[in-house]
Design a protein around this ligand. Structure first.
Ligand code: XIL
Length: 318
């Protein structure tokens, strides 16, 4: 039985992975990814981000994410969509534009409306706003926050709800499980949207963890409950667990197994945790080594597609 099959048998909606079209010419990769018993959900790793999907004004590039969607549909997999209002991977016309509150609001609404209308009815969920917070709980200094204060957040969710009423609308961020002031600020974001009577359905925990620094199961459950208490569903949306020094040794390999298992156990323990998405399943395509030099080996499968002890730990527990 594959990971998705086992997770569904345990009552969850999906166990999935990030994937991108530049992986499509790798047949060894695809023979694992395309097995819907292993992965029941795809999310495009980059191709729905603003700089890729609307690189210049009113120029929409849907080819790559459409190809990811087509593959998911051919395999009978679900599709998660990522992401709309985010400070990173923005095209320069947005990042370096001269904006007033009204002109930027119009550009955000047009972006969300165009992109979500294209995928209307096809995305299980959208990460509507991504990473609006600093770890100390203050708002990140983005073009959105500088120009509009926090108004860009309810504005984005309202536009998303209008464009695709069937998609689950998520706020997505990292370190909420380790930075209490950031988690408290995310609670306030949810309340801000809810107070305006605008739909918000889910909280995505990116879950880019480090071996030995991953919160334990009870702490992961407590963080999820901050948001399920507000009526939201939750998900671990970008899971990987990076080794802090390479090559791994016996103790760090055991630590990675323990940390992956903690996330699986924490999701299983919370009825409103709907699923887990890996941020790539193989070290061959993990974003970690190039973004955090010296870290790596973060995925469940090695670069040559062998299953690691962490994989066996997760599968045996499920
Ligand atoms: C990463 C991708 O994996 C990389 O390929 C890209 O170069 C940078 O972005 N938080 C997110 C993801 O929400 O979109 C990021 O993905 C990782 C951190």
């Amino acid at each position: 039985m594959g990971l998705h099959q086992l997770f569904v048998a345990a009552g969850k909606l999906y166990f999935g992975t990030a994937i991108e079209t530049n992986n499509f010419n790798d047949s060894a990769y695809l023979s694992i990814a395309n097995n819907r018993n292993e992965f029941g959900m795809y999310v495009p790793e980059n191709s729905q981000k603003w700089e890729e999907i609307q690189p210049s004004p009113q120029n929409f590039e849907f080819e790559a994410p459409d190809a990811v969607l087509a593959l998911a549909r051919r395999n009978g997999q679900q599709f998660r969509c990522h992401t709309l209002t985010w400070h990173s991977q923005l095209p320069s016309f947005v990042e370096n534009g001269t904006w007033t509150r009204d002109t930027l609001a119009a550009v955000i609404v047009a972006h969300i409306t165009n992109v979500m209308t294209h995928y209307r009815g096809l995305c299980y969920a959208w990460d509507v706003v991504n990473e609006a917070l600093n770890d100390n709980g203050t708002f990140r200094n983005s073009v959105f926050f500088r120009t509009m204060g926090t108004d860009f957040i309810p504005l984005s969710f309202a536009a998303a709800a209008r464009a695709d009423p069937s998609a689950r609308l998520y706020y997505n961020d990292f370190n909420l499980e380790t930075a209490p002031r950031k988690a408290a600020a995310a609670v306030r974001i949810v309340q801000l949207v809810q107070a305006a009577n605008i739909p918000i359905h889910g909280l995505g925990f990116q879950a880019h963890f480090r071996v030995g620094l991953t919160p334990n199961v009870s702490s992961l459950i407590a963080t999820q409950n901050l948001f399920t208490n507000l009526g939201l569903e939750v998900a671990f949306s970008e899971l990987d667990v990076a080794h802090l020094s390479l090559p791994p040794n016996a103790s760090s390999v055991a630590g990675q197994s323990r940390d992956y298992l903690s996330v699986v156990q924490a999701c299983l323990a919370v009825p409103k945790c709907v699923g887990i998405t890996l941020w790539q399943f193989t070290d061959k395509y993990s974003w970690i080594p190039s973004t955090f030099p010296g870290l790596g080996d973060a995925c469940l499968y090695s670069a040559n597609f062998t299953k690691k002890p962490a994989y066996e730990a997760v599968r045996n527990y499920m």
